[in-house]
Design a protein around this ligand. Sequence first.
Ligand SMILES: Cc1cc2nc3c(=O)[nH]c(=O)nc-3n(C[C@H](O)[C@H](O)[C@H](O)COP(=O)(O)OP(=O)(O)OC[C@H]3O[C@@H](n4cnc5c(N)ncnc54)[C@H](O)[C@@H]3O)c2cc1C
Length: 384
Amino acid sequence: MPTDPEIREELVATVRRFVEKDVLPVASDLEHADEFPEDLVATMRDLGLFGVTIPEEHGGLGLDLLTYVAVIEELAAGWMSLTGILNTHVMAANLLKMQGTPEQKEGLLPRMATGELRGCLSLSEPDAGTDTSALKCRATPDGDEYVITGTKTWVTNGTRAGLVALAARTPEGITCFMVEKEPGERSGSITVSRNIPKLGYKGLETVEMSWDGERVPAACVLGGEAGLGRGQHFILSALEVGRINIAARACGVARAAFEAAIRYAQQRETFGKPIAQHQAIQEKLADMATKLEAARLLTRNAAERKDAGERCDVEAGMAKLFASEAAFEIATDAMRIHGGVGYTTELPIERYYRDAPLMIIGEGTNEIQRLVIARGLLARYPLE
Ligand SMILES: Cc1cc2nc3c(=O)[nH]c(=O)nc-3n(C[C@H](O)[C@H](O)[C@H](O)COP(=O)(O)OP(=O)(O)OC[C@H]3O[C@@H](n4cnc5c(N)ncnc54)[C@H](O)[C@@H]3O)c2cc1C
């Protein structure tokens, strides 16, 4: 069901106020200190953001993806890392919503909706990023349990999460498991073996995780027995939401960079007039705003298609591809417009510049988006 536009606008306005009042004053300091924003996350929980897309019957707000992308854009315009804290959680919740058994939904979604139980998504491995068919993590059946062994990497929220949506190899192929664990560095035989240092996207952890014979009940198989061997299919479909999220994030970062640039261009004077009056700067501002507008329209279009229950890998791929490249270019242009001060750590421009490239890589690199888009187009235009 599409969300009532008034409800959408109300939530977006609330999130915008939260960003202006609580996020912007502290974002750069927390990011430079690589500090987890406990207080901001507590407010996000109070606002119901961890349950935005979780159905009301499971305790969530039950809002559509179009609302979600608007919320993500607002948060990312304040501090992109906040959207990272939400995204893998929302993807895990979405996997449960779409593929979970009734017991899995009832057991996990209500706690996820409040943010009491936070989710992460663990697909990538040291030798399997783009090439998910190379996954080595193994889940071996043993009675009514599975024994999981392997090394996972790039697990965003991996330490603080209490639920891992894990892709592992079973005799039937790749299977998705929903494994509850204790938040922290160690839980049973699961260990956070390394915290990966990053260029940007700081304040939340991205970790390497070792699974050293962790025993989990067979009830953890997403979708029950019918889900065996279908993990790759499930996760690829969840990635559609992930890519739309990345596109929305890119719009947020790009908007923040553009707005800072257009403000600065009217304040900074050279040769006796504001730099906004120089044609070279005007051309940059025009291009930045045009790219931002196009990115936002592509993002909304993909969200609407997904909300309508249609396959949208082409549209999600286009939105992710275009918006992330646009954010990267807009962040760079914002730095150029700011001149020397844009290169200091005293303004958030350098943060946008460091955060933007992640969107080009995450949820499938842009090289891969092009392949996904082309594959989808070829399927839509078969020869008679
Ligand atoms: C900060 C951060 C957070 C992340 N969080 C998560 C997470 O929470 N969960 C998770 O599972 N993963 C996560 N990832 C992993 C991310 O999804 C992968 O990094 C990404 O899919 C690329 O995989 P890779 O790094 O192994 O690169 P590779 O697959 O090694 O690719 C290297 C280069 O080769 C190119 N390439 C590869 N194959 C092809 C091809 N067939 N054709 C053309 N070009 C190709 C790629 O585009 C890229 O340019 C995260 C990554 C980062 C950086």
